[in-house]
Design a protein around this ligand. Sequence first.
Ligand code: PMP
Length: 337
Amino acid sequence: MSYIATDIEKVFQSVELERQIRRLHRAVGNAVVDDKHVVFAAGSIQLINALVHALSPDANAASPPARVVATAPYYPIYRTQTKMFDGREYRWGGTTALWGNASRNPTDGFIEFVTSPNNPDAQLYKPVLGGSAAVTVDHAYYWPHFTHIPAPADEDVMVFTMSKPSGHAGSRFGWALIRDENVAKRANDYVQNSIMGASRDTQLRMLGIVKIMLANLHGKEDIFAFGHDVMRTRWRRLNAVVSRSRRISLQRMAPEYCTYFKRIREPSPAYAWVKCEMEEDDDCYEALLKSKIITRSGALFEASSRYTRLSLLKTDDDFEVLMERVTDLVNAENYDE
Ligand code: PMP
């Protein structure tokens, strides 16, 4: 197996896989692909820095480094990866709360990361800076088993991954949809320089997976119908227990109309964003850990430590153990009425 795939322009990228990914987006209705370039990478994590590089001023340019920002709570790797490579081209600029929006402040030279649905709180967010800020929207969870799809996403720079729709996180495959040709070229150059193109073994495997997903859409083996069913049931069960608690609460999510299922669907988030309500539980992560519930502290997402993220993406067995522990935690609450 040589390095080269099939396209003369993008020598390391399978034309057939790109075609099937475009078909999948069209069939699911979660992204507008016709006016976008597609750039493959080793997971969407690699695309974070590829896109920061692609959207930053050239290292030789006279302009100051770009500032990379996100709104809290945000996926922490935007910060850790940008900080790791901080330099002449760009630097981590903190949360958008420090900068305000275009009506009050210049937005030139900003790169804003938005995650929609968000990791950790599963809400559909929009960019907040506005003006001339470049925006990268991470749509890792913008698939019908995790969220309703109100309309196809159509931002200038979007990131997707196979880690979430099919669960093949270990295969390491992500892609960006990019409107501007020059930005796509710079992102592509980054991936070529970094790893000489996404693994061809992985590309072949992804081709098989995307074809199977496509062949079964809306049928008996529809991966999204299956995934929605599992995730909605988990969310419903967790809510039923937590609704009896005064100690912890969850983010509110309402049923919404989904253009994929063509009906109102119940929420089915990948993560629960847990809030500890009692004064003494100011470190919610530690409070849950005492009940053997492992979460990720809100502090990592630059939010308050009163919050912590509970992942609902696990095996059925692990989810049952989680439910037992949450139930024990809630049952142990004892109030004098
Ligand atoms: N973006 C978000 C918002 C994520 O939650 C994750 C995985 N936790 C990633 C990107 C990384 O995905 P990948 O496996 O494609 O690198």
